[in-house]
Design a protein around this ligand. Structure first.
Ligand SMILES: C[S@@+](CC[C@H](N)C(=O)[O-])C[C@H]1O[C@@H](n2cnc3c(N)ncnc32)[C@H](O)[C@@H]1O
Length: 248
């Protein structure tokens, strides 16, 4: 999904020399994308509340290098109080997990300089992902992911509520653009994406009684999904990716 994130950041106006804050930086993928854009005269700070993932992000960034000064800080977004302001505040797949996303947005925006950029990339699972002609493995896998999201109390349509989230946080309507992952060919990334997502969610899937690694035959899932799609000449459609941005 990196190309879309990068497109949203560039369209939002991210450029060389900016100081950027990445909310919910996870393994640092978006932090690194932003570092490429802002270059050595800029800087990127990633914050995350999960110390394990943060440590992995630090190691990863040290190992592969980066084009701008990058700092990772352990913090819950609502407890984060930096000493200086940022030129841009960005995030991917983070607002949808917040019980009150507009509160998080307005909290973070207090650290944004006047005229600074807010840019978020979220997704919508609500429109059921599908395959044409239908394939059962991909369809069932994406239905399972959607069900876990719904049962965890997360709005599966969140990506389509970004205009409302910005409005509730007191901002004008952002520019919104959406993209859709489509796969189905041999070697498509979509099988790995769906399978890795299920693997990440396995502890929750098992707790909710929706299946086990054994039921799902997780180790061969991607390969079986690919075989089914290729043989049926199917187009597999993933969740809607939504970018929203504005300058304050
Ligand atoms: C789905 S991951 C996305 C990671 C990264 N942005 C990416 O797209 O690769 C969401 C991350 O946000 C972090 N997160 C969620 N809510 C947070 C909060 N309120 N404060 C700090 N971190 C948060 C989680 O710990 C997790 O690492």
């Amino acid at each position: 999904m990196g190309t879309w994130t990068e497109n949203y950041l560039l369209a939002a106006g991210l450029e060389k020399g900016m100081n950027v804050l990445d909310l919910g930086s996870g393994m640092g993928d978006v932090t690194l994308l932003a570092a490429e854009i802002v270059g050595p005269s800029g800087s990127v700070t990633g914050i995350d509340r999960d110390p394990v993932v943060l440590q992995k992000a630090k190691e990863r960034v040290q190992a592969q290098g980066h084009s701008a000064p990058v700092t990772f800080l352990h913090s819950e977004i609502l407890n984060f109080r930096p000493k200086s302001q940022f030129d841009a505040i960005i995030g991917r797949y983070v607002l949808l997990y917040q019980p009150d996303p507009s509160r998080v947005l307005s909290h973070a925006a207090a650290f944004l300089r006047r005229g600074g950029i807010l840019c978020f990339h979220e997704l919508s699972f609500g429109t059921p992902a599908s395959s044409y002609p239908a394939t059962s493995l991909f369809g069932d896998t994406v239905k399972l992911i959607g069900e876990v999201i719904r049962r965890s109390g997360i709005n599966p349509d969140f990506g389509l509520f970004l205009a409302k989230t910005f409005a509730d946080a007191g901002f004008s309507r952002p520019t919104i653009k959406a993209d859709v992952p489509v796969g189905g060919e041999a070697g498509s990334y979509i099988y790995g994406w769906a399978t890795e997502t299920v693997k990440t969610l396995l502890p929750v899937i098992e707790t909710l009684g929706l299946g086990t690694a054994h039921d799902l035959q997780i180790e061969t899932l991607a390969q079986r999904m690919e075989e089914e799609a290729v043989v049926n000449h199917s187009e597999l459609v993933g969740p809607l990716q939504v970018g929203a941005w504005l300058r304050t």
